[in-house]
Ligand binder design. Structure first.
Ligand SMILES: [Zn+2]
Ligand SMILES: [Zn+2]
Length: 283
């Protein structure tokens, strides 16, 4: 009994810890050289034999294994680029490994940061708030239940897993939608599942009774696509239709009702432990 009380006390004083997802970035480009530079505060670059502090406009060219973090080893903002091809700001810890004639860049990212980054990439900025919240809940459920989907990291940054770009500013609706749904996921029979969604269903979503997905997708009508783009399909038509969700939200429907429409029989639950609310370096 005494032991049990102690254990309970220990649980209560532990700070809420952030769950981390490993996101493989830029893998489509098969980079052989990457560049990293600070956004606002200094970076610590650790290679096999050196520890380098990068400040201001300094840039480090990566051609082999390296770790990039804040000087104290924690998450930080950094700018990563493939010269002439792509540049993006991330928040987390960067690890680069040498792969087969390419570098494998992985960002260890707070799951809430990853959710916000997916919402910002997946939905146009003009999308009504309740549709962004619905997107945040399904993106979070996917991160919680689908991984790992790759060797060496959990998820990639393309539509193979979930499209992910830089994380949004606190003033952006994608950021607010993530913060306001902090820790909420879609669940079936009480368990989070890897909720699938697509861009445009053509008027009717598709059913899929596949035990591996953890949810028997139902075919449901989608008013918006029926009226505006019948038969025009973008994606696999499973689960939430992004165009339909945006249109429902525009008429005042809340995110829970939107999710209930596209995923019949599901519920929205909190992941435990509940993550601390998303905070931006610019907050
Ligand atoms: Zn992937
Ligand atoms: Zn639709």
């Amino acid at each position: 009994m005494y032991k049990r009380v102690l254990a309970l006390v220990a649980l209560c004083v532990l700070p809420a810890s952030a769950e981390v997802v490993q996101i493989g970035v830029f893998s489509l480009f098969r980079p052989t050289e990457l560049r990293v530079s600070p956004v606002s505060s200094a970076l610590l670059v650790t290679t096999g034999d050196a520890r380098i502090i990068l400040e201001g406009r300094q840039t480090f060219t990566i051609s082999g294994p390296v770790r990039v973090s804040a000087p104290d080893g924690s998450d930080t903002d950094f700018r990563l680029s493939i010269p002439g091809k792509i540049e993006r700001e991330f928040h987390g810890i960067l690890t680069v490994q040498a792969g087969d004639h390419k570098l494998i860049a992985v960002v260890a990212m707070d799951r809430e940061v990853a959710v916000a980054s997916v919402v910002a990439a997946e939905m146009p900025p003009s999308t009504p708030m309740e549709a962004l919240k619905a997107q945040a809940v399904v993106a979070r459920a996917y991160f919680a239940a689908a991984g790992p989907r790759h060797d060496g990291f959990d998820f990639c940054d393309t539509t193979h897993c979930q499209f992910l770009r830089a994380w949004p500013e606190p003033s952006q609706d994608a950021f607010r939608a993530t913060r306001e749904t902090s820790g909420l996921v879609l669940a079936y029979l009480g368990k989070p599942f890897a909720a699938l969604y697509s861009a445009s269903c053509g008027g009717q979503t598709r059913s899929l009774d596949d035990a591996r997905s953890g949810y028997p997708y139902y075919s449901v009508p989608c008013d918006f696509c029926r009226r505006h783009s019948p038969g025009v399909v973008e994606g696999h038509r499973l689960g939430l239709c992004q165009k339909g969700a945006a249109s429902m939200a525009a008429t005042g429907v809340g995110f829970r009702e939107i999710l209930d429409h596209y995923y019949p029989g599901t519920s929205v639950i909190f992941l435990l432990p509940r993550p601390p609310p998303l905070r931006h370096s610019n907050d």
